[in-house]
Design a protein. Structure first.
Length: 235
C-alpha cells in the first residue's frame, strides 16, 4: 500500500465502522444504505494496490446480475425494487459496487489460508459467498429485492448461494489473471481487517440490534471459517 493510501485507509475504515454502527441503530433508509455501500467501496479501493481487479469484480458481478434477473440463472428467480437507485434492465447500478467492495477482502483472506496456488480462487469464491449469508436476509427483509418462490433460509433459496459461488469463481479467476505474483500476499492486512470487521460487526448487529439470531449464527459460522484462519495466519 502506498504511503498516501496507508494514511487514508485507516481513516476510511474507522469512518465506515462508525457509520455502520449508527446505521444499525437508526432507521435504515435507502439513502443511508446507498451511502454505506459507497463508503465501503471507497474503503476497499483505498486498500487495494491496484484498482483494476476490484473494478473487474464489480463488472463481472453486475453482468451476472443482469443475466440472473433476466433468466433466473445462476441465482434463481428474483427481482430488485427501485430503492437502490438507477437500474439497468432491472438491476441497480449499485449492485456492481456490492460485488466490488468485498472482492479484495475475500481475495486477501483466501491468500492467507490457501495451501496451494490453485486453491485460492475457490476459497475466495467461498469467502465472498459466505458474506452473502449476512447480506441477503437483511436486504430481502428491507425490501431491496425479493424472491417470489421463497426459500428455506430466511426466504432465500439455496440456488442463490450456488450462484454466488459460481460467479465468484469467474470473478477470482479474472482477479488472479490481473494480479501480479508479488501482490499475492503483500500489504493484505487492511483487506483482512475489512473482512474481519464485516464478520464481527454483522454478527453483533444481527444478534443484539436487529434480533436475528439465526442470521447472526449462520453468517458468523460461514464467514468465521475464513476469518479465523486468516487471523491466526503466520508468514
Amino acid at each position: 500500500m502506498s504511503a498516501a493510501r496507508r494514511r487514508v485507509f485507516p481513516v476510511l475504515l474507522g469512518s465506515l465502522a462508525l457509520a455502520q454502527v449508527a446505521y444499525g441503530r437508526s432507521r435504515r433508509t435507502p439513502a443511508a444504505t446507498r451511502g454505506i455501500v459507497g463508503l465501503m467501496l471507497a474503503t476497499s479501493l483505498a486498500e487495494a494496490r491496484r484498482p483494476l481487479p476490484v473494478v473487474a469484480a464489480g463488472a463481472i458481478g453486475f453482468g451476472a446480475e443482469l443475466v440472473g434477473v433476466a433468466t433466473g440463472r445462476p441465482f434463481g428467480h428474483y427481482t430488485y425494487s427501485e430503492q437502490l437507485g438507477p437500474r439497468v434492465r432491472g438491476v441497480p447500478l449499485l449492485a456492481a459496487a456490492a460485488w466490488a467492495m468485498m472482492a479484495r477482502p475475500a481475495w486477501a483472506v483466501a491468500g492467507r489460508i490457501a495451501r496451494a496456488p490453485g486453491a485460492r480462487v475457490p476459497l475466495a469464491a467461498a469467502a465472498l459467498t459466505s458474506w452473502d449469508v449476512y447480506l441477503d436476509p437483511r436486504m430481502v427483509r428491507e425490501g431491496y429485492w425479493t424472491w417470489p418462490g421463497g426459500g428455506r433460509y430466511e426466504g432465500i433459496p439455496a440456488t442463490n448461494f450456488a450462484g454466488w459461488f459460481l460467479t465468484g469463481l469467474i470473478v477470482f479467476t479474472t482477479v488472479a489473471a490481473l494480479s501480479r505474483d508479488d501482490e499475492q500476499d503483500r500489504d493484505a492486512a487492511g483487506a483482512i481487517a475489512l473482512y474481519v470487521w464485516t464478520w464481527v460487526g454483522e454478527a453483533i448487529a444481527n444478534a443484539f440490534i436487529w434480533r436475528r439470531p439465526r442470521v447472526a449464527l449462520a453468517g458468523g459460522l460461514a464467514m468465521g471459517v475464513f476469518a479465523v484462519p486468516a487471523l491466526l495466519w503466520r508468514r
